[in-house]
Design a protein around this ligand. Structure first.
Ligand code: NDP
Ligand code: OXD
Length: 313
């Protein structure tokens, strides 16, 4: 079995070492410009077009992330880039779900218990107890009820606040009030106090975090975007903060990453910025999952996590 690997800015040697340990019979190589030698599998993160185009003998392409928007953009820009018969397979959880739950729970509790305001009081040396946000009306709405969104929603529900979930198809998840499809979007948003975004970035979901969406939330709501920067209409966020429709936002992802030093978000104290770290790709868990799926494909079995190219996730 021949495996091609491409993951810029990563310790390629460590990844190749772990793959060799998991698949001792495999021949692994890091893709270099000009390499057109055959391979059975490609394991990639944000690959260049020329790595994949024309590789009609691939059995599968493994995307070293949950989101496939970047690789699908290659196909969108130049149809035919992705080999015809090779399924595109994404990571499923591989340790990202607990990280995402930690990140989002931290942000929600920080807002619910008003820690930012206590920090301001501390800076003024003031000893003052603020009225708590009532838990029963501190409704959290999670966009995306997939592998990550459902896990995050259930972690939040354990704290006792009402939690809603939104997906494309109808879902039943213990402890979560679920909504599905465009027809139920406004009902999902109505009165939500914290909006968490865990949708994939697709032609249907781009710009979903916009003025109209914000206007349906409770006055003084909070936004947590941990999915993709392309979901957020940036001027609409600044406007919603200025008008008080939104009280604050926590953003882990941006249209341009790294966020440019002159971007207005850096100047806005109500925006918390992190550098796309809410759920990191963990090497050991990812190698184990990918290696197991490769072995299953070699045995002629079907595997989960196959992306629907038309749907975009
Ligand atoms: P999944 O594919 O498991 O879940 C996607 C969810 O979104 C599903 O519930 C799906 O609905 C729903 N959805 C998709 N399109 C629509 C639509 N048009 N309307 C309503 N709902 C829709 O993805 P994951 O949970 O694994 O990952 C989600 C995203 O998180 C990734 O695509 C990635 O962009 C982001 N991410 C960010 C990371 C970070 O570090 N910041 C790390 C990892 C992922 P249905 O259930 O009906 O299919
Ligand atoms: C992912 C990511 O999609 O890291 O996995 O953003």
């Amino acid at each position: 079995m021949k495996i091609l690997f491409y993951m810029p800015h990563a310790d390629a040697a460590a990844w190749l070492h772990d793959f060799t340990r998991a698949l001792p019979e495999a021949e692994l190589r890091e893709w270099q410009t000009g390499d057109t030698e055959p391979a059975d599998f490609a394991v990639v993160w944000r690959p260049p077009r020329e790595m994949l185009a024309g590789r009609d003998n691939l059995r599968a392409i493994f995307n070293l992330g949950a989101g496939v928007d970047a690789i699908l953009a290659l196909e969108h820009e130049q149809p035919g880039t992705l080999p015809r018969n090779a399924p595109l397979i994404r990571l499923e959880d591989t340790g990202m779900a607990p990280q995402m739950a930690e990140y989002v729970t931290h942000a929600v509790l920080r807002y619910m218990r008003r820690f930012d305001e206590y920090q301001t009081l501390q800076s003024e040396r003031r000893w003052h107890v603020l009225d708590a946000h009532p838990r029963e009306t501190f409704t959290v709405g999670v966009l995306g009820m997939g592998v990550l969104g459902a896990h995050v929603a259930q972690a939040l529900a354990a704290f006792g606040m009402p939690v809603r979930g939104y997906s494309r198809s109808a879902r039943q998840i213990d402890g979560i009030t679920t909504f599905a499809g465009a027809a139920e979007f406004d009902a999902f948003l109505d009165g939500v106090k914290v909006l968490v975004n865990l949708l994939p970035h697709t032609p249907d979901t781009g710009d979903v975090l916009n003025q109209r969406t914000f206007s349906k939330l409770a006055k003084g709501a909070y936004l947590i975007n941990v999915a993709r920067g392309g979901h957020l209409v940036e001027p609409d966020l600044l406007e919603a903060l200025a008008s008080g429709q939104l009280a604050a936002a926590t953003l882990d992802v941006f249209r341009e990453e790294p966020l440019p030093p002159d971007h207005p978000f850096w100047q806005e104290p109500r925006i918390t910025i992190t550098p796309h770290m809410s759920a990191l790709t963990l090497r050991e868990e990812s190698v184990t999952q990918v290696a197991q799926k490769m072995a299953a494909i070699m045995r002629g079995e079907t595997v989960s996590g196959v992306v629907d190219i038309e749907r975009g996730y």
